[in-house]
Write a protein that binds this ligand. Structure first.
Ligand SMILES: [Fe+2]
Length: 331
């Protein structure tokens, strides 16, 4: 949030617009004025304000459409929008709620009501700003982990995008697809707490080193736990190294006790690791990677249904697994 909160007023009537501007400045805010929804929307997208105060009826673009567009844009969806409605404007309020408005103020408005509504919405905005910041720090941490090991370049993005495609084929819910998308990026974030001497060791790990390495799913879960928006991805982070026969870690879950999303990430992770170059070997052909994935099913490590779906997906891919930068679905 700006040090002096900036409030954008969208109002076609000159007098009302100026009065609102003066009121806001008297309350200690910076006021930015627009005379219709279109100008307001352009101002919001070029430099998002801390709050939008918008009239409903305006030429060119009305308040409902303005609100809808602000809420549909990922960069501005968290900007609170207050609609100024006529007294008793029940219909306006219903349409306003449908457009995603955060609050309403009836005209003619009272300075004290305006001040109180703005104060409480700005407090909420501060809170969501802080959460967004925390979330983006966690995602940058995950990318830092990946960047440490140049051999895994693009791994998290592929994992995220391909797991979503496989989740869709397996019919998982929209919420689970989002969890997969985020979990693909975040699954190894706990490696941030593993010493480089172990993480980047070229040779095989000693039993003690392996134990330390195996703490990464639990550490990753701890890092992401405080953020509510990441809750659905926690089971993926914790359980992506479980095996169907219960010989995985950290909880030795067996079969379908392992969350499906974690089984999906495990299978995609397995294939991706084989078809990309490693310090100790070149990339394997996809055919060989799939053969090994089926062998991992036989050995009780991977889920048979998931591996079959991965194979179907690979056949439908129409490009090399590692080619290009798979679409990030909004990331
Ligand atoms: Fe891992």
């Amino acid at each position: 949030m700006n040090s002096i909160p900036r409030i954008l007023v969208a109002e076609d009537e000159l007098d009302t617009r100026e009065v609102l501007g003066q009121m806001l400045e008297a309350l200690g805010y910076e006021a930015q004025l627009a005379e219709n929804g279109k100008d307001a929307f352009e101002a919001v997208t070029s430099r998002p304000p801390d709050l939008v105060l918008s009239d409903v009826m305006m030429p060119v673009m009305d308040g409902f459409e303005l609100c809808q567009r602000i809420k549909a844009n990922p960069d501005t969806r968290l900007v609170p929008v207050v609609l100024l409605t006529g007294l008793g404007g029940v219909e306006d309020r219903v349409r306003g709620i449908d457009s995603g408005a955060d609050d309403f103020i009836s005209k003619p408005f009272q300075l004290s009501e305006l001040a109180a509504r703005i104060r409480s919405l700005l407090r909420l905005k501060q809170f969501t700003d802080d959460l967004e910041r925390a979330e983006s720090i966690i995602f940058s941490l995950a990318m830092t982990v990946e960047a440490k090991d140049s051999y895994t370049e693009g791994h998290c993005k592929r994992l995220s995008s391909y797991s979503v495609s496989i989740g869709k084929r397996l019919g998982v819910s929209e919420d689970d697809l989002q969890a997969l998308q985020r979990g693909g990026i975040l699954h190894d974030i706990g490696k941030i707490s593993i010493p480089d001497a172990i993480l980047l060791k070229p040779g095989p790990l000693s039993p003690e080193e392996r134990e330390i390495m195996r703490t990464h799913p639990i550490r990753g879960e701890e890092i992401c736990k405080p953020l509510r928006s990441l809750q659905p991805s926690l089971p993926i982070i914790r359980h992506h190294h479980e095996r169907m026969d219960g010989t995985g870690y950290p909880d030795q879950l067996v079969g379908e006790d392992i969350p499906l999303n974690a089984r999906i990430i495990a299978a995609v992770d397995f294939v991706d690791a084989l078809v990309t170059e490693r310090p100790y070997r070149g990339p394997l052909p996809m055919k060989e990677a799939l053969r090994m994935a089926h062998a991992a099913v036989e050995n009780g490590h991977l889920d048979t249904n998931v591996v079959e779906t991965v194979e179907e997906f690979v056949r439908s891919l129409g490009q090399d697994w590692t080619a290009g930068d798979p679409k990030m679905n909004g990331f």
